[in-house]
Write a protein that binds this ligand. Structure first.
Ligand code: ADP
Ligand code: MG
Length: 266
């Protein structure tokens, strides 16, 4: 009877301490403790490590929500055999997130459909799991955000807020020309993060095409100078994974009939 009451008190105390994992684990752990004759310290260790793991998982899930990924994909679902231009060792090293501790950057370049966004998201998910605050945006959305902040006289404030993310993923540089003011704003963002926070950038344009993307070779050079100084560059080649899947479904002819695929390659 008093055991039952004590159990209720324990549950109540765990709840009030917000040790939600322990509330769940308590019954089975008490049973195991009785059966396996766990020592006090073994019992406490099992309870606390379950609590810590649960807490880490919740924090990771929260960071993933705050990152605003367009989809949630990981390296496990990335088929490296389909993508021989990529060295899996380099990608796996990046997935340790060490580059973020060093405020280094990652450039993912290649034609449409080869998995640049998939890889950027997967690295972002790893960063979230490693405890880094992460934010994903497209280049166009980032420029729109900064343009608006500037027109409201809050550009500095916005850049400050963005610098709280230890990893900033800017997807799809090069699909839309940025215009001089957009290029200038991106330059300010990148200059501000230089050696302070990491950027992962994806582009369908090779670096020689960036002068056109930014509408100004001088700005493009200044941006590249900072981005590349401490960086890993991944050139993803090959054909579109999307089209491969369609071709498999019989919607396209043979690979040779798709010259479009290499249109943006270098
Ligand atoms: P990109 O950003 O280079 O245009 P995405 O990353 O959007 O290409 O890839 C297009 C689709 O194909 C996505 O659904 C992605 O998950 C998938 N994909 C691309 N490459 C691979 C790969 N090597 N293994 C598994 N899925 C892939
Ligand atoms: Mg993409």
């Amino acid at each position: 009877m008093s055991g039952g009451l004590q159990y209720e008190r324990l549950q109540d105390q765990l709840l009030r301490l917000r040790l939600v994992q322990s509330v769940e684990r308590l019954p089975s752990l008490l049973e195991a403790a009785a059966k396996r004759e766990l020592s006090y310290s073994d019992f406490l260790e099992e309870l606390l490590s379950a609590e810590l793991t649960g807490k880490q998982d919740r924090n990771t899930a929260m960071r993933i929500r705050m990152a605003h990924f367009p989809f949630e994909k990981t390296l496990e679902s990335f088929d490296f055999k389909f993508q021989p231009s990529l060295d899996p060792k380099i990608v796996r090293e990046l997935a340790t997130s060490r580059y973020i501790a060093n405020a280094e950057n990652v450039l993912l370049l290649g034609p449409p459909g080869v998995g640049k966004t998939h890889l950027a998201v997967a690295l972002g998910m790893s960063a979230c799991a490693a405890g880094y605050r992460t934010l994903f945006t497209s280049a166009a959305a980032m420029v729109a955000l900064l343009t608006r902040a500037q027109s409201e006289n809050r550009l500095e404030e916005k850049l400050q807020v963005l610098s709280r993310s230890k990893l900033l993923i800017i997807d799809e540089i090069g699909y839309l020309p940025l215009g001089p003011s957009g290029a200038n704003l991106l330059f300010q963002l990148i200059a501000k993060r230089y050696e302070r926070g990491s950027i992962i950038l994806t582009s369908n344009q090779s670096l020689t095409g960036w002068g056109d993307v930014f509408g100004d070779p001088i700005i493009a050079t200044a941006i590249l100078d900072r981005l590349l100084h401490h960086s890993t560059m991944l050139n993803v080649k090959g054909e579109s994974y999307r089209l491969k899947e369609k071709r498999k479904a019989g919607m396209f002819g043979r690979p040779a009939s798709a010259p479009l695929l290499s249109a943006t390659d270098d």
